[in-house]
Write a protein that binds this ligand. Structure first.
Ligand SMILES: Nc1ncnc2c1ncn2[C@@H]1O[C@H](COP(=O)(O)OP(=O)(O)OP(=O)(O)O)[C@@H](O)[C@H]1O
Ligand SMILES: [Mg+2]
Length: 252
């Protein structure tokens, strides 16, 4: 038993600006994201990545400009954060069922929860408690909770940022597989340029509230790190992020 493809939905931003009081966080943002695309979003801390993500899934509203995303009208947008934010007193299955919303319980909810847990590789773990899971497994439960309602738009705000390097690589493969199976549009913020290139159809770099690079990643999947093509794309992003500062580049 596993989940059926849900498909994705498009997102369009035209001259979008977001300010908090006099603090202009984003401006002049023009983006056309086709249905089903995997978009990686990178940029230095505080540049406006999370703000952009929140706008695109309707958690906040634009100050000016036009944001058009059918998923928002259909209430089919969800988000995964860096921390899994599970209910410690609820089983894995019940944590996932939370994603179905109020009043959704019983057999139908159990079947949907079991299907999506299978999809994220947690078949048979329905009855465990969050405290019995590893960090990677907890984040898979959070992913299942976000996906159980079959969203067409999924935002991920540094979803793998709290995991160790090896778990992170496993989770990247898992995320790619789930996205390929279900077909939702994915918007993923990450600090890891390699991760952005590994997973994105496209990498968007934000700097001082603007899109300063919009790079298409046209490499076959699953992608092999360390190839010259992969390294060249990473290099283009790092150049734009850090210019020629060798110490800053070394840190990545
Ligand atoms: N609700 C808010 N009210 C006021 N200012 C905000 C709010 N949310 C974000 N900001 C401001 O917007 C700017 C961008 O914040 P944002 O969280 O989008 O950055 P980020 O790129 O996600 O950073 P990080 O990589 O550290 O997560 C910051 O100056 C922040 O203080
Ligand atoms: Mg952020």
């Amino acid at each position: 038993m596993s989940s059926q493809p849900t498909g994705g939905s498009r997102v369009s931003l035209k001259d979008v600006k977001k300010a908090f009081g006099s603090n202009v966080v984003l401006q002049g943002i023009d983006l056309e994201i086709p249905a089903g695309q995997f978009v990686s979003i990178v940029g230095k801390s505080g540049c406006g990545k999370s703000t952009l993500l929140r706008l695109m899934i309707g958690l906040d509203s634009v100050t000016s400009g036009v944001l058009d995303a059918p998923a928002l009208k259909e209430q089919a947008a969800r988000i995964v954060f860096q921390e899994p934010r599970l209910l410690p007193w609820a089983s894995v299955k019940d944590n996932v069922a939370v994603g179905l919303g109020e009043g959704q319980s019983g057999k139908a909810a159990d079947i949907q929860a079991a299907a999506i847990l299978d999809e994220v590789g947690l078949k048979g773990r329905e009855g465990l408690w969050p405290s019995q899971l590893s960090g990677g497994m907890r984040q898979r439960v959070a992913l299942a909770r976000a996906l159980v309602s079959q969203p067409t738009l999924l935002a991920l705000d540094e979803p793998l940022g709290a995991l160790d390097a090896l778990t992170r690589i496993d989770m990247q493969a898992l995320l790619e597989g789930v996205w390929q199976d279900l077909g939702f549009t994915a918007l993923m913020v990450t600090h890891d340029v390699g991760e952005a290139v590994a997973l994105g159809d496209r990498v968007i770099l934000i700097d001082h509230g603007q899109v300063v690079l919009d790079l298409t990643v046209d490499l076959p999947r699953p992608r092999k790190r360390g190839t010259p093509e992969f390294a060249a794309l990473e290099g283009q992003i790092l150049d734009k992020l850090f210019g020629d500062d060798p110490r800053a580049r070394e840190a990545h």
